[in-house]
Design a protein around this ligand. Structure first.
Ligand code: PLP
Length: 378
């Protein structure tokens, strides 16, 4: 089976990890701060805080944004459930904004309308750069200036891409950006994630929430003490630390990130050409910037998606669907969401199929995917 996504590990990655195994520290050593430093430089942000998953990163980003009971957070229904769960972890309510059928990102038009009629302005909006194509950050920043919400980018799909001239994660138009290093993402640490920001106060809160809410800085203490053993827990935080083993892998992977993205772009360009004659709706390359192409999603607008999906699987093509709209999950329907609430997202879901795409995907495998689609759709 050709998988829909796959990590790329080489000998350098393996050596980077095995070297750490003989270090003095397996966690809380030098690898994590070095990884954070390299990430922050790559993203051109002031700060980067590495944690043990993208989900943890979303959680501490919401906490740092001050999301709490009584607040509401908005996000896109076409995302992984973690983009919405993070608000619920903080005791806040969640609501969704329908997507744009072309970019598949949260629709600026729908957002503008929803804000104009909202009884409660969201504390934060989690914007997802679906498939690695950036949201319209300038339009979002304008609405932020008007309404005063925080912008958290869920950039789990987008590391290595650009919005206009800026790297994703630069937070030029947002408060924070969340990254994931799950094996199917742009780079991997096996499990891992990070938050980038340009705001010193947010960075300090992110670190606090990722490390039990414990501080060792006398200036942050309620009863400051210079005693070497002394620390204070000043918030309810979590153990969301990344280990040095994971960070060493991340550092090694980060060196290859631009090459990975170039490979993804090359394969997307090839698919776009090879599939153009089929009755499928293909993704749109962004007009400016650079997509990180986390996934390549086509829409079966004239065929039964289930039948096409099953036929592809039977032919050994490991297709997938990204995503079942979050508000249709049983847990979210119990919160009061219903089918029909976000019709553009639901229509997209009905037709979407994720085709294999990853840096190591071979041309003959891509050809197999196209041949299979041609015969199935004929
Ligand atoms: C992968 C992903 C996450 C969660 O990341 P983990 O590292 O798996 O916790 C969150 N949001 C989106 C959009 C993702 O694709």
């Amino acid at each position: 089976m050709i998988p829909y996504g796959k990590h790329q590990i080489d000998q350098q990655d393996i050596d980077a990890i095995t070297q750490v195994l003989t270090n003095e520290f397996l966690t809380q050593g030098k690898q994590v701060p070095a990884f954070e430093n390299e990430l922050q430089q790559y993203c051109q942000s002031e700060y980067a805080v590495a944690v043990n998953s993208g989900t943890s990163a979303l959680h501490i980003a919401c906490l740092a944004a001050g999301v709490a009971h009584g607040d509401v957070v908005w996000t896109s229904p076409i995302s992984f459930v973690a983009s919405a769960n993070c608000a619920l972890y903080c005791g806040a309510e969640i609501d969704f904004v329908d997507i744009d059928p072309t970019t598949r990102n949260l629709s600026i038009e729908a957002l503008t309308q929803k804000l104009a009629t909202a009884t409660k302005i969201p504390k934060a909006i989690v914007v997802v750069h679906y498939a690695g194509v950036s949201c319209d950050m300038q339009a979002l920043a304008k609405l932020k200036a008007q309404y005063g919400f925080m912008i958290i980018e869920d950039a789990s799909h987008a590391l290595g891409g650009r919005y206009q001239e800026s790297p994703i994660g630069s937070c030029q138009y947002s408060d924070m950006a969340v990254l994931s290093f799950h094996p199917v993402k742009s780079i991997t640490t096996a499990e891992g994630g990070a938050v980038t920001t340009n705001n010193a106060e947010l960075a300090e809160k992110l670190i606090l929430f990722a490390k039990h809410g414990i501080t060792r800085h006398p200036a942050r203490m309620e009863n400051p003490s210079e005693d070497a053993w002394y620390y204070e827990q000043v918030e309810l935080g979590y153990n969301y630390r990344l280990s040095d083993l994971h960070a060493a892998l991340g550092r090694s992977q980060l060196k290859k990130l631009d090459g990975f993205i170039a490979e993804r772009q090359k394969k997307v360009d090839w698919y776009q050409q090879a599939l153009a004659h089929l009755r499928l709706k293909l993704p749109t390359n962004p007009e400016s910037g650079l997509a990180a192409w986390h996934i390549y999603v086509v829409e079966c607008v004239e065929h039964d998606r289930r039948a096409v999906f099953n036929a592809l699987r039977e032919k050994g093509i490991g297709v997938n669907v990204h995503y079942i709209p979050i508000h249709l999950q049983p847990y979210y329907q119990r919160l009061g969401f219903n089918p029909g609430d976000f019709p553009v997202a639901e229509a997209f879901y009905q037709n979407a199929i994720t085709l294999p795409l990853y840096p190591g995907l071979e041309l003959k495998q891509q050809q197999r995917v196209v041949d299979a689609l041609e015969s199935i759709l004929a």
